[in-house]
Design a protein around this ligand. Sequence first.
Ligand code: SF4
Length: 406
Amino acid sequence: MTGYYSSPFPRRASVGVDVGGVMVGGGAPVVVQSMTNTDTADVDGTVAQVAALHRAGSELVRITVDRDESAAAVPKIRDRLARLGVDVPLVGDFHYIGHKLLADHPACAEALAKYRINPGNVGFRDKKDKQFADIVEMAIRHDKPVRIGVNWGSLDQELLTRLMNENQAKGFPMTAQEVTREAIVQSALLSAHLAEEIGLGRDRIILSAKVSGVQDLIAVYAELARRCDHALHLGLTEAGMGSKGIVASSASMGILLQQGIGDTIRISLTPEPGGDRTREVQVSQELLQTMGFRQFIPIVAACPGCGRTTSTVFQELAQTIQEDIRRNMPVWRTRYPGVEQLKVAVMGCIVNGPGESKHADIGISLPGTGETPSAPVFIDGEKAATLRGPNIAADFEKMVSEYIEN
Ligand code: SF4
């Protein structure tokens, strides 16, 4: 025993759920999913975004179904995607009137691969259980799984108030934050129990309990994982923009995934104006790949650069190689099994360059300040060439392509 642990940790056992041919839980690899931000009634815009998200690597795509027009558009979107050869399962996101939309639009109910229900807003208080039951019965009739998605921002207030009152009657053994966390967990578990009583199989139920605080998310999912064996969808809600959203999502979900918790993830980043929606898919993939859970694309290792590098050539080269790989990956993946395990190194100088390059499948060590203007290239641990002159970057890109193609 060395005292080092091997990663990844064993996964929490969960009941697998088939979502339109994509397995979630039950030992299947952690699934990457995302959500459109188009108006679903806009068929052209939604088809384009679903296709882009799927091309980027989203294995399930959720779309908003909030009114008759969007429900009517769903089968058209499904047909158009099929004609384009995009067979990603579509998940319908329902709030408030989901029971009515599914009943009034059977073609929509059939075209979707899963229904997301929010137990906090499934209907008016006195009709809540009835409307929840209506959606579950619709899922049974159409043989679809559901995700019972509790959300901190739309938590069942009746349940929260009851738990707060019970806590007060007991002399406040729990803080208000702990009571809220418990309400979130109970909302998910009680709803799952109700769905099972109605007749939905355990292999048709996925749970999520999204909150916006990192520590809350870890605590809530750890408790949920302890108290059930349903497949779990992880996501930090309102994660935020840019690096804030990426760091908060990675920190919280990374800890849970390392504990074996989580069967599918969505990293919900607030898009910057004009920003690329597929960024959240890329971040989800990078999180899973960095942690050693899945392999999606070849890794490009690049040194951070320092005072020994006076030009930006190696940063530009690393970025170009990374972008080329992402662009070509769909083709490579079908042609070359295992290509996603490749490692490419782009290093800034001789200090760590040759060593890191030798450990990669193919690597280059570019000249640093004061070094002779030559760049050794290593392939499979052996020095294979020395590139010189103004076209070092282009020559190395060509060598990487040839290495992969060969
Ligand atoms: Fe700096 Fe060279 Fe290390 Fe890159 S490899 S960080 S350029 S010393």
